[in-house]
Ligand binder design. Structure first.
Ligand code: SF4
Length: 211
C-alpha cells in the first residue's frame, strides 16, 4: 500500500542508495541489496501481477549463485524491468505519484522523467549504533567506514585485534546471512580453541591459536 492507502501499480526500486557513493563516505558495496531488491520485486509481482516494477541500477551484483534464481528469473518469469541509470531527484507528481528524474546511462544519457506510485530505496548497510558501542567498549580497531577491523581480513577474518575477542557477520562489513552463519561457526571454533588451549590464562600461547 502507498501512504495514501492505494495499491501501487507502478513501482520503482532504486539500488545503491547510501552505498558505493563517495559523497556520503560509503564507497563499499553493501553486497545484499541487489539480491534482496530483486527478490522483493518478484514478490511484488506475485501479489500484484498487473504492477509495473522497474529496478534502477549502476550494475547488478547478486554474488554467489543468485544469478539464475533471481536476476534472470525476475526478467523472464516476472517481467521485472531493469534500467541502468542515475537518479538525481524526486518530485511530487499529480495523483499522489512520485516523479523520479535522472539519466538512462545505457542509452546516451537520455533524460529520465518517470512517474511512479511508489519508490523503494535499497539502503546500504552501516554498522549499528549498538555494535559501535560494543566495539568501543572492547577497544576494537575499526576501519575507515566504521566496521570492526579483523587482525587480517584475508587469512583471519574472525580474529579481532584484541586477544580473546572473535568476530562474525556484519560487524566487519556487509554480509549475507549465509556468510554470517559461516563466520559464526568459524568464530565458535576459534573461541573453543582459545579456551581449551588455555591461552586466555597464558598470553604466551596466543600465537598458537592465531594460526
Ligand atoms: S549489492 Fe547491489 S544495490 Fe547493494 S551496494 Fe552492491 S551493487 Fe549496490
Amino acid at each position: 500500500m502507498t501512504s495514501t492507502g492505494k495499491v501501487p501499480k507502478r513501482i520503482a526500486i532504486l539500488l545503491c542508495v547510501g552505498s558505493r557513493d563517495a559523497t556520503v563516505g560509503n564507497t563499499y558495496c553493501s553486497r545484499v541489496c541487489c539480491a534482496v531488491s530483486i527478490k522483493q520485486a518478484m514478490e511484488i509481482k506475485q501479489r500484484i501481477p498487473d504492477a509495473t516494477v522497474h529496478i534502477y541500477y549502476m550494475d547488478i551484483r547478486t554474488y554467489g549463485l543468485m544469478e539464475d534464481k533471481l536476476y534472470w528469473r525476475s526478467q523472464l518469469d516476472y517481467r521485472v524491468g531493469y534500467v541502468r541509470g542515475r537518479i538525481s531527484e524526486f518530485m511530487r507528481g499529480p495523483n499522489d505519484t512520485v516523479v523520479i528524474k535522472g539519466e538512462d546511462t545505457m542509452n546516451l544519457n537520455r533524460a529520465l522523467v518517470v512517474p511512479y506510485d511508489m519508490v523503494i530505496l535499497a539502503n546500504g548497510m552501516e554498522l549499528g549504533l549498538g555494535s559501535k558501542q560494543v566495539a568501543q567498549v572492547l577497544g576494537l580497531e575499526v576501519e575507515e567506514h566504521g566496521f570492526v577491523r579483523p587482525a587480517d581480513p584475508d587469512s583471519l577474518p574472525v580474529v579481532s585485534t584484541r586477544r580473546g575477542v572473535f568476530l562474525a557477520g556484519a560487524l566487519t562489513g556487509p554480509k549475507t546471512i549465509s556468510d554470517s552463519i559461516t563466520e559464526g561457526q568459524a568464530a565458535a571454533i576459534k573461541t573453543f580453541q582459545y579456551v581449551s588451549s588455555g591461552a586466555w590464562e597464558n598470553p604466551m600461547k596466543v600465537e598458537v591459536i592465531k594460526h
